[in-house]
Design a protein around this ligand. Structure first.
Ligand code: MLT
Length: 230
């Protein structure tokens, strides 16, 4: 599913949904849990995030790639590596990523979080599952984007011996990934969110988030919070 706006076309009752937002929400989530954060509670709105902050959560809020005033953390994966966050409960809202999770929640068998950073661990987990897999690309405000589509393609490529690609969008993503995999960083040059992040001087998050298999964590939504799957 290349944008959450098309999620209503999919039946999720027999599916595991893998939500991705490479730049940068799901890369932050994977990084945080890998660095010892206890849980991340994704919420769709700034108000919900504020409520959780008032209840003692450390709160991360981003809109249009920038930190929302009054919150503790921005949406850079490097902010989620802080050792002060070990054991922390984080509440998080982002422009697209946490909204996708909110949309997927409820009807799917399970909601997992994927990024290039945990691609291998995620694929290993999914190989053991009997369910369909739907990759939900967060895109940007309803529009598909290159980096999330590339991730969907990378996962499709990793699972090609175990799963049949049912949708043309999955085939498109797989073929795109195979075209770009030699150098993802140059392949995403000039894409919309890369340009947006560069305008804001957020350069290093781009290269960081395109690294494959840095961590072996698989974030899973339990109730309303993401925790590491054990
Ligand atoms: C989002 O959820 O839209 C993003 O993670 C935006 C960003 O902070 O780069």
């Amino acid at each position: 599913c290349l944008t959450p706006d098309l999620l209503h076309l999919h039946r999720l009752e027999n599916s595991i949904v893998v939500v991705t937002d490479i730049f940068r929400a799901t890369s932050c989530m994977v990084t945080g849990l890998a660095h010892g954060v206890e849980s991340i509670t994704p919420v769709a709105t700034v108000e919900e995030c504020k409520n959780l902050q008032d209840r003692g959560y450390i709160a991360a809020a981003e809109r249009n790639a920038q930190k929302v005033e009054g919150f503790d953390l921005d949406n850079s994966p490097f902010s989620f590596m802080n050792e002060k966050l070990i054991g922390a409960k984080i509440a998080m809202t982002t422009t697209n990523g946490t909204l996708s999770i909110a949309k997927a929640k409820g009807s799917a068998v399970k909601v997992l979080v994927g990024a290039f950073l945990n691609l291998g661990a995620l694929a290993d987990h999914l190989r053991k599952e009997p369910y369909d897999v739907l990759v939900l690309c967060s895109g940007w405000k309803g529009r598909p984007n290159l980096e999330d589509t590339l991730f969907a393609g990378a996962l499709a490529e990793s699972l090609k011996n175990e799963y049949t690609l049912q949708e043309d969008s999955a085939l498109m993503a797989q073929r795109l990934y195979n075209q770009g995999k030699g150098n993802l960083l140059s392949f995403v040059a000039n894409s919309s969110h890369v340009r947006r992040l560069q305008r804001l001087g957020i350069q290093k998050d781009i290269a960081y988030s395109l690294q494959t298999d840095l961590y072996d964590v698989v974030p899973v939504l339990r109730g309303s919070s993401l925790v590491q799957m054990h």
